[in-house]
Design a protein around this ligand. Structure first.
Ligand code: DGL
Length: 278
């Protein structure tokens, strides 16, 4: 049974989901949050749908067993592969809020010419999740999807925004410019951190869509619907876990969250069949 005293659990493959958590902490300062970054198995973007489903069910299971009143999947690659499985497994016990849907709805409302671009990981693009979600809200819109292999790992590495980031963004945006898109979805929770680079590559006239605020709104609505919100005058707490090196998560994470991060607890996860293991 979920109770209002429990935290809201958020997970991602790394620090990207902190861009979603940031919006949740600002919109719902009275709630408690726990965040799990699966940094040992980062990046998710080149993994198979089966493997991502296994990871997502494992992480969600751990968070729910520890005690959570809502689950936020702050990773597009995990959402694209595992949203139905997560809803089936946990949806009757607690609200499950995912990315993909909210930003597709925003893009459908924002597009003026029905030409929508998507920047996302190869796993997310291959899933076709955005085509399906956009078609639900804007059946006549056309989606131009660009898989970005290098961008999330470059951002996760935590270095300065340098010429490698700019080159990777310019490469990804070139086909979108050629196709004359008027709206672009950032379909990876890492990408908002380089939003100025993306906006510059696309030009001022292109509307760039992220999911953070819409997710925070959805979490607030889900809690209200279930009647499990905390009282607004309290100040909530938040804490962090990661499956890789806790100190590097803390160092990079602080920049993503733009709020103090505090201590990060290391947790063990099952071995991946392949991956960088950072
Ligand atoms: N933040 C994850 C996503 O939204 C991304 C990157 C990765 O692990 O490759 O897809």
């Amino acid at each position: 049974m979920v109770t209002s005293e429990l935290p809201i659990a958020v997970f991602d493959s790394g620090v990207g989901g902190l861009t979603v958590l940031h919006e949740c902490l600002v919109s719902l300062p009275h709630e408690d949050f726990v965040y799990l970054g699966d940094t040992a198995r980062f990046p998710y973007g080149d993994r198979s749908a089966d493997e991502l489903r296994r990871f997502a069910l494992e992480l969600a299971g751990r968070l729910v067993d520890d005690g959570a009143k809502a689950l936020v999947v702050a990773c597009n690659s995990a959402t694209a592969a595992a949203a139905p499985a997560l809803r089936e497994e946990f949806g009757t016990r607690l609200p499950v809020v995912t990315v993909v849907g909210p930003e597709s709805r925003l893009a459908a409302g924002a597009t003026t010419g029905g030409r929508v671009g998507l920047l996302a990981t190869p796993a997310t693009v291959a899933s076709g999740a955005y085509e399906r979600a956009l078609a639900e809200h804007a059946p006549d819109a056309e989606l131009f999807a660009v898989p970005c292999h290098a961008l999330a790992p470059l951002i996760q590495a935590g270095g300065e925004v340098d010429e490698r980031v700019v080159a990777s963004v310019e490469d990804a945006c070139a086909p979108l410019r050629e196709n004359g898109v008027d709206t672009v979805i950032l379909g990876c929770t890492h990408y908002p951190l380089v939003r100025p680079v993306i906006q510059r590559a696309l030009g001022r006239g292109v509307e760039v869509i992220t999911s953070g605020q819409a997710i925070a709104d959805e979490v607030g609505e889900a809690l209200a619907e279930a009647g499990i919100e905390r009282e607004e005058r309290r100040r909530g707490e938040y804490r962090f876990m990661c499956s890789g090196d806790a100190e590097s998560f803390r160092a990079v994470g602080t920049r993503f969250l733009q709020l103090p991060l505090g201590e990060v607890r290391h947790v063990e996860v099952e071995a991946a069949t392949a991956g960088s293991g950072r």
